[in-house]
Every structure is written in structure tokens, then in C-alpha cells.
Design a protein around this ligand. Structure first.
Ligand code: HEM
Length: 272
């Protein structure tokens, strides 16, 4: 029976790591290949083959096992901390704005039953949910370290000179609170993201997942996961402020993820 293999990010990293391992092993002992066999590559005509049948190419980018481990950990952090941060602030905003929560609850009840398996297409039918999540990501972008890019060639923009090799930092939250881009930026207003207004939103004014070829690779997954979690939560619970909830959350100054100074956001969940 033919086993169908999925080529995912981990598999690609394993193969990249194998390139290094096999080459290093070849250098030590060209005839007896004792390389670390990370991806079960097979010997064929003196050359190794990767699982997807591609031949090893020594010119391809390489990755050490240490880099592989670092990247695997980065994936975990990038995927967990960010989404939980997004959920914390979205639920906080829903507790603070019961009218928005009620409208969202009605949309969820209209489109989803408790038992139904939620698919990617299904969750994307919920337009108000999309608006609420995006407005939450505008007000509370989970990643607050500035996006960074290296200038490839000398250029000038609006009178500013950018020499090649210099670094440019784009502060996400500052862009999200720029009054020229987002009038009344401190107000929570999901209507900003209504489909009729999409054409008014400049592509570089909403940056929770970065922008361009190096933007967040997990953004579709993150939005889907976050939206499903909110839909499931609201189906069962009403989220409310409690005595411990801060009216305005004070943020820690320097952090990668947007973190409350107190370390917590307290809310009350009441069973429906
Ligand atoms: C709400 C959730 C998330 C937020 C807000 C977020 C935010 C970001 C941001 C701002 C960047 C930098 C993009 C740039 O420089 O243009 C980034 C990069 C990245 N994110 Fe996410 N992320 C989220 C979820 C995820 C998930 C779920 C994964 C993986 C499963 C992930 C994996 C990555 C990776 C690998 C990069 C580096 C991409 C590269 O350098 O080419 N992220 N993310």
C-alpha cells in the first residue's frame, strides 16, 4: 500500500538538516555513510534521495540540527502565545462591550449549532465575528516588537534617505493608533472592518501579522483557530467584567507579546 506523505514545515526542516548531516558524514567517511538519518532518505545510485523523491542537492540551503530545534520551538511559541494573547484581549473587549457581544452571539447562533463540526469555510461565513476579531487585533496586536526589514538598496521616501544595509523598524501598535489611518483610534469599533469599508483600509495600516513575503505564515490558521474558540465559548458562556477587571489595561513596556502589567486579565464567564 502506498503511504501518502504530507510535506509540512517540520518535514522540510528535517530534510534540510539531513543535507548537512549527510554531507558532514561524507566528509568524515565518504564510503560508509553513517549520517544521522533524520528523514529516512534512501541510498540510490550512490546519491541520497529525500522522501518526496527529490535528489539531494548540495547547493540547497542547509540547516543544522540545532537550528532545526530552535525553529521547532519558535513554531510552538509563535503559535501558542500569540493566539492566547489574541483570545485574552478579544474576550476582554467583548466583556466591556455587551452590545457587540450580543450581536456576535446572535450571528453565531444563526450560523452554528452546538454539535456541528466547524469547518474553515463555515467559520468564514460569520462576517461580524471577522470584524470583531480584526478590530481586537488592531487595538491589541499580540506581537508588539516592531517589524524589522533590511534596506537592500539606497532609496529615498518622503524626504528620508535609507542607505542600503540599514534596518527599518515598523512599530505595529503605533500604526494601529495613527489617527490619520484610524479615526478615533481608541474606540472599539468593529464596523471599521465591514466589507463595504475594505477599500478604504490601506494594506499597510493593519499589521498584526506583518506584511509582504515575510509576513506571518500562520495567520490563516491563527484567525481560524481564534474565531472557532470564540464561537464555541460564546455558544456556552456570556463573558462579563468582574470586580477584578481593569477598566483600562496597563501594558508592560518592553515585551514581545502584548502583556498586561499586572500579568492577568480577569473576566467572569456565566453559563448560558
Ligand atoms: C494571532 C496569532 C499570530 C500573530 C498576531 C502573529 C504575528 C506575527 C508577526 C507580526 C510576524 C512578523 C511578520 C513580519 O515581519 O512581517 C510573524 C511571523 C511569523 N509567524 Fe506569526 N503570528 C500569529 C500566529 C502564528 C502561528 C499560529 C504560527 C505557526 C503555526 C506562526 C508562525 C510564524 C512564523 C514562522 C513567522 C516568521 C515568518 C518569516 O520570518 O518568514 N504565527 N507572526
Amino acid at each position: 500500500m502506498r503511504v501518502r506523505r504530507t510535506v509540512d514545515a517540520l518535514q522540510l526542516m528535517l530534510e534540510a538538516a539531513q543535507l548537512v548531516s549527510s554531507e558532514e558524514a561524507e566528509k568524515k567517511s565518504p564510503k560508509t555513510d553513517s549520517s544521522v538519518n533524520l528523514s529516512n532518505g534512501k541510498e540510490e545510485g550512490g546519491r541520497k534521495r529525500l522522501q518526496n523523491g527529490r535528489k539531494l542537492d548540495k547547493r540547497e540551503p542547509k540547516m543544522t540540527e540545532e537550528e532545526l530545534a530552535e525553529n521547532a520551538i519558535f513554531f510552538l511559541l509563535a503559535g501558542y502565545e500569540t493566539i492566547s494573547t489574541m483570545l485574552s484581549y478579544t474576550t476582554y473587549l467583548l466583556a466591556k462591550h455587551p452590545d457587540v457581544q450580543q450581536r456576535l452571539y446572535e450571528e453565531i447562533v444563526q450560523h452554528l449549532s452546538n454539535e456541528e463540526v466547524v469547518t474553515y469555510d463555515k467559520i468564514n461565513e460569520l462576517e461580524y465575528l471577522d470584524m470583531v476579531v480584526k478590530e481586537s487585533l488592531r487595538m491589541y496586536p499580540p506581537i508588539v516588537t516592531p517589524l524589522s526589514r533590511e534596506v537592500k538598496e539606497d532609496c529615498e521616501f518622503e524626504g528620508l534617505r535609507f542607505p542600503a544595509g540599514s534596518s527599518v523598524f515598523i512599530p505595529i501598535a503605533h500604526v494601529h493608533y495613527n489617527e490619520k489611518l484610524w479615526p478615533n483610534p481608541k474606540a472599539f469599533d468593529p464596523e471599521r472592518f465591514h466589507s463595504s469599508k475594505k477599500k478604504d483600509i490601506h494594506v499597510a495600516s493593519f499589521l498584526p501579522f506583518g506584511l509582504g513575503p515575510r509576513n506571518c505564515i500562520g495567520f490563516r490558521f491563527a484567525l481560524m483557530e481564534g474565531k472557532i474558540a470564540i464561537a464555541r465559548l460564546l455558544q456556552r458562556y456570556c463573558i462579563q467584567m468582574c470586580d477584578l477587571t481593569e477598566e483600562e489595561i496597563k501594558m508592560k513596556a518592553a515585551n514581545i507579546a502584548l502583556t498586561p502589567e499586572s500579568g492577568h486579565i480577569y473576566l467572569r464567564c456565566v453559563h448560558r
